[in-house]
Design a protein around this ligand. Structure first.
Ligand code: BV8
Length: 241
């Protein structure tokens, strides 16, 4: 690992940004590759508030299908390696994920920020409360809190909506001494801009782990191209040496 001014032993605050590529080897479809989710569904039809207002049944079924798939997939070696890093590393490790699956938690990570929401949660448009939700959510589903219906939407950040916990994420990015990006095309903001913020602060090493160069590859001090399931365990081994 090219540490520049940092040595492995000196890292104390690691932020790991992940995208759909970290779940690809678990069998979860990515968004922008051949056969990806956006090939089967136009973003404008399923991942915007306007789409939900226009055709709530279509949007609900898009997320119901993905929620149901969670039962048939499991964490891969990349998720497990990140869980091990959090447990064994002498410092802080935070996973900031764009993913809405629960594979990081099932892989052993406990400090996970889901900036784009979670498939296993729904939110009531009336009482604003968020509820764990396993099965299908439809317009006939009644809010467990205020009993309104129709009231529930996926607890997902759609395009044009503010991602969750941005203040906390920015603080973590400003304080980190190692920023690792795994399995993201770097095409969606504000996540795609995180590496630029880290570089502007100037004291962190930055590593991209991705199948191929992302849109933001040139911002990283170090890039490792290949499958996350192979590369992330190796990187974690280096960090735990
Ligand atoms: C916001 C919903 C502000 C959840 C998603 C111009 C400039 C800057 C911003 C914008 C702009 N125009 C529009 C915007 C805003 C917009 C945006 O960025 N648009 C893009 C298209 C330009 N962003 C937003 O709207 C965000 N909100 O900006 O709010 C605001 C301010 C004030 C008030 C209100 C609002 C909200 C963005 C969140 C949108 N929701 N999804 C869901 O359905 O899942 S985004 C969607 O894309 C997913 O969340 C996903 O996580 C995200 C990013 O995709 P990736 O995870 O990177 O997946 P992708 O398929 O693209 O890439 C996978 C990568 O993995 C590939 O590179 C591949 O090579 C690699 N890979 C594959 N296999 C492997 C692998 N790598 C390793 N190993 C493997 N095995």
């Amino acid at each position: 690992m090219c540490q520049k001014e940092n040595t492995v032993a000196s890292y104390k605050n690691i932020v790991v940004l992940t995208g759909a590529g970290v779940s690809a080897e678990s069998g979860v479809a990515t968004f922008r590759e051949n056969g990806g989710l956006w090939e089967q569904h136009r973003v404008e039809d399923v991942a915007t508030p306007e789409a939900f207002a226009r055709d709530p049944d279509m949007v609900q079924s898009f997320y119901n299908m993905r929620r149901a798939q969670l039962a048939s997939v499991g964490p891969n070696a990349a998720h497990s390696a990140l869980g091990l890093l959090e447990k064994k590393f002498d410092g802080h490790v935070t996973v900031v994920t764009q993913n809405v699956d629960n594979l990081h938690e099932r892989g052993g990570s406990s400090t996970v920020i889901h900036m784009h929401g979670e498939l296993t949660k729904v939110r009531c448009s009336y009482c604003r409360n968020v509820f764990e939700w396993q099965g299908d959510c439809t317009q006939a589903s009644r809010c467990p809190g205020c009993f309104n219906q129709p009231a529930l939407r996926p607890h997902i950040v759609w395009f044009g909506e503010m991602p969750f916990e941005m203040d906390r994420i920015e603080s973590l990015l400003r304080a980190c001494d190692l920023f690792i990006s795994i399995g993201t095309s770097g095409s969606v903001y504000p996540a795609a801009g995180f590496v630029s913020l880290v570089r502007s602060i100037g004291h962190a090493h930055t590593i991209e782990v991705n199948l191929e160069p992302s849109d933001g590859a040139s911002y990283f001090a170090e890039t490792r191209h290949g499958k996350a399931g192979s590369l992330v365990p190796l990187l974690v081994d280096e960090l735990l040496v």
